[in-house]
Design a protein around this ligand. Sequence first.
Ligand code: GAR
Length: 219
Amino acid sequence: MSSTPDVVSRDTSSIISPPLPDPLPAFDRPLKLGILASGNGSNMEAIAQAIRSGQLQAQIQVVIYNNPQAYVARRAQRWDIPSVLLNHRNFASREALDEQIIQTLQAYEVDWVIMAGWMRRVTEVLIGAFPQRVLNIHPSLLPSFPGIRAAEQALKAGAKVAGCTVHYVELEVDSGPIVMQAAVPVLPGDTADTLQARIQQQEHRIYPAAIALAAVPPP
Ligand code: GAR
């Protein structure tokens, strides 16, 4: 007769993220990044810090934001990074906004489009202008829990492991080939906020590394 243990171990410390490549890949010249952000901008700042510390060989050419109140604009100012407000309410269509985003990115000579908390759907106009060069970060282990409030979704669904994903952007929201993921445990007593905070620590860790890995030409 087989026996099943009565008590399941609560030790989740073995659920860890894989180590990152150290050092990260180097390039002939720094990657020229354009950041798209809608809100707080902590991922933008984590990328800026990774650049300043020499971990990521890149420069942030411009931050584009769509909400006049977005805190990311203040962060950009502190880091001396140009920022451009493109308020989506002033555009007749998603495509018209994307056209203006492209013009702005080109004016700042951007090679890689980095969506860091960009809460707008993008169209084939933007994706087509930067093929294989648009990245997004999402606070779940995709394909689980796309869309908004991903940490809350994970909690409600009873997930035991949550995390974050950096992926190439395709038309469908929060979909596309995965560049990097990091997992975190869902702990007893977690709220959406505590879980999101744990996930964000990993976001800040993996986004700079994922940008470097994505930029390595395929063999
Ligand atoms: C991040 O958690 C990011 O994964 C999420 O928005 C947050 C932005 O934080 N993005 C999405 O949910 C995209 N579907 P930040 O403004 O502090 O970088």
